[in-house]
Ligand binder design. Structure first.
Ligand code: GSH
Length: 258
């Protein structure tokens, strides 16, 4: 397992510190790590405690999620979009934000559909909370999912809307990939790797996690990440999973170091 320091020790340091959840391949955290890997940026890992008090993290950043990226004494970046801007500034090459205006607008729009508040992962999390608070689930596990749901806006109405919203986004990504393949590109935007390919590769784990040999994770997390919702399943076109595998095999590090 990778080395982590505590958040209190990371605060006064200079350079790049990234707060991650040890042992858990969360899609936002894996996306940040994927960008850092492609850009060959060195960083120190600090540990967030999943659903914990995270007192030092809250004092520092005003919130308790991972990932967080901090550069020198600049304000810590707590959202994917700010983190991407920071990493692109620190290592402009290879470029992961398209130079072309229209491609850039499309990339940010689609990335927000995956990563943003009320995007794919957000709704996928509602489905996880729905499924892991059912009466047959171990009460100790269900209790954690109630806390997760309360933290991230779960309600029965939100859960009811989530599968269709996830499926809509998956269908758009599959269509985008097929259009790109037809014009001879292997990537979601333009003709080269962008942050969107990395976001998709890391998000795909919440439908089909990577196999244990490539990404070891606690058994409970694997069960939570494997999609069993039929509406989401129908929209999970094989082209999407093939793209995840292509991006990991071509651009990322396996097995994943958590
Ligand atoms: N900071 C992220 C969101 C990350 C996020 O929602 N992280 C969740 C993943 S489930 C997390 O840290 N959960 C554990 C917790 O809240 O303790 C962003 O907006 O880009």
């Amino acid at each position: 397992m990778a080395e982590y320091i505590d958040v209190d020790s990371a605060i006064p340091m200079s350079g790049l510190r990234v707060v991650l959840t040890p042992g858990i391949p969360g899609p936002w955290s894996e996306s940040a790590k994927a960008i850092l890997h492609v850009k060959k940026l060195n960083f120190v890992r600090a540990a967030q405690e999943v659903l914990g008090a995270n007192v030092a993290l809250i004092r520092w950043t005003g919130q308790a999620t991972a990932p967080v990226a901090a550069w020198n004494d600049e304000p810590p970046r707590t959202t994917w979009i700010e983190q991407l801007a920071l990493f692109e500034r620190l290592a402009p090459v290879p470029r992961l934000i398209p130079k072309d205006f229209d491609q850039r607008v499309l990339m940010y729009g689609l990335a927000n559909e995956l990563m943003g508040e009320n995007g794919f992962i957000w709704h996928r999390r509602h489905i996880m909370v729905r499924d892991f608070t059912r009466p047959e689930v171990d009460p100790g596990v269900a209790e954690k999912f109630v806390i997760l749901g309360n933290k991230y806006g779960y309600s029965p109405e939100a859960a009811a809307a989530a599968p269709a919203r996830c499926a809509e986004i998956l269908r758009r990504f599959a269509e985008q990939l097929k259009t790109q393949h037809a014009r001879g590109s292997k990537y979601l935007i333009g003709d080269s790797l962008s942050a969107l390919d990395l976001y998709w590769a890391c998000t795909a784990a919440t439908i089909y996690p990577l196999p244990e040999a490539k990404c070891a994770m606690p058994e409970l997390f694997r069960a939570v990440y494997i999609n069993t919702d039929p509406v989401v399943q129908t929209a999970a076109d094989p082209v999407l999973m093939a793209h995840r595998d292509f991006i990991y095999e071509t651009h990322l590090e396996l097995p994943i170091d958590l």
